[in-house]
Design a protein around this ligand. Structure first.
Ligand code: KG4
Ligand code: ZN
Length: 345
């Protein structure tokens, strides 16, 4: 524990700042317990069918001050009560990362408190340790991290020691959901809508080929292409095909994505002998995936699924990672630049 924590016995207040993609988020944790978790999304991308980097950084600039103010207000503390500021250094969109990073650096210098840089993918995993009514996974565990930009199987030996066993060679799982949704004419981000429509569809109606990827790696680009060809060919015969079959199409493609993900996760579990499995990232909000993961408990696995608020991008996970680093005295310099690519481990 740090000197500051031992000296005054006060909780350690960490402000987390997240701005890697299209959510501007700030959170306050006290000794790993969440006091505030504020997220401002960006509607501006809806009309464009995806995140437009330039619009995202402009929106972050507009949101960052009110979002941080709101987090401090909800936490009922002042800026001067903070012990450290944790921010997302990467991976993500460079222009977006720079907004959160510059703000965090300015505030830490102004308050003369430590700055802590955080890897966004590590933070998704460490969201499991935010104090709440869910038990934290025991080490070592395997985490399936599935988001809009990444799909990874990570061996987690301790909060700060992680090793990527496999990852996607092309599209991320969230991207596969979003691309399928786009083909069906659904607005961005389509993942949650595919999930909702899948709930009343037949998952076995359409069959898609399983992709080939070595070891514990994934590939989703072929699935998107075969989905596109199926819809295109059927629409030629019946222009109303997609609309009439949208639930079955969503259920079938979701079923395929979940099967691909769990197959590789189980292979990694067999190979490593690790029986504790966790889920992280935006796609872990998916009902089909959550149910399938829960089902693994019947096979003797310990399964950890994050609460909804910690699935998609948030700053509580950034503050939590910051808290682990704070306890180890791992601080950063304001000289360290944001990184669009920031490999884990
Ligand atoms: O982790 P996240 O919030 O941002 C990134 O770091 O990428 O993940 C966003 C991704 C998007 O692709 C979104 O469509 C997907 O997560 N997503 C879902 C669901 N909720 C979010 N995909 C499928 N089903 C959902 N319920
Ligand atoms: Zn994310």
């Amino acid at each position: 524990m740090t000197e500051k924590l031992m000296m005054n016995g006060q909780p350690v207040y960490i402000l987390g700042i997240e701005s890697s993609c299209d959510d501007t988020a700030a959170a306050v944790l006290a000794d790993g317990k969440m006091l505030a978790n504020v997220v401002a999304g960006q509607e501006v991308h809806r009309n464009w069918g995806g995140v437009v980097p330039e619009l995202a950084s402009r929106a972050h600039q507009q949101h960052i001050v009110p979002v941080v103010d709101e987090a401090l207000r909800q936490a009922k503390i002042g800026k001067r009560d903070l012990h450290a500021i944790a921010y997302t250094r990467g991976p993500g969109l460079l222009g977006s990362l720079l907004v959160g990073g510059s703000f965090a650096k300015g505030l830490s210098l102004g308050l003369n408190i430590p700055l802590i840089e955080v890897n966004h993918m590590q933070a998704h995993i460490l969201a499991h340790f935010i104090e709440g009514d869910h038990p934290a996974p025991q080490f070592p565990f395997l985490c399936l991290t599935v988001s809009g930009g990444h799909t990874q199987i990570v061996r987690v030996d301790s909060p700060l020691r992680m090793h990527v066993l496999g990852e996607t060679r092309d599209d991320a799982a969230g991207e596969a959901f979003d691309k399928v949704a786009k083909i069906l004419g659904l607005p961005y981000p389509g993942g949650p809508m595919v999930d909702a429509l899948a709930q009343t569809g037949n998952p076995n109606r359409f069959v898609f080929p399983e992709p080939k990827a070595d070891g514990f790696d994934f590939s989703f680009s072929g699935l998107k292409t075969s989905f596109l060809y199926l819809v295109r060919d059927e629409v030629k015969k019946d222009s109303g095909f997609a609309e009439k079959n949208i639930q079955d199409l969503c259920a079938s493609v979701q079923h395929t994505i979940v099967n691909i993900l769990l197959k590789k996760l189980l292979q990694a579990a067999h190979a490593t002998g690790i029986r504790t499995l966790a889920l992280a990232g935006g796609v872990s909000a998916n009902k089909g995936l959550r149910d399938a993961m829960k089902g693994l408990e019947n096979q003797g696995y310990h399964v950890h699924i994050p609460p909804f608020a910690f699935c998609t991008d948030n700053a509580a996970m950034i503050a939590m990672t910051g808290y682990f680093k704070y306890q180890e005295g791992i601080f950063s310099s304001a000289e360290e630049g944001s990184m669009a690519r920031y490999p884990l481990g």
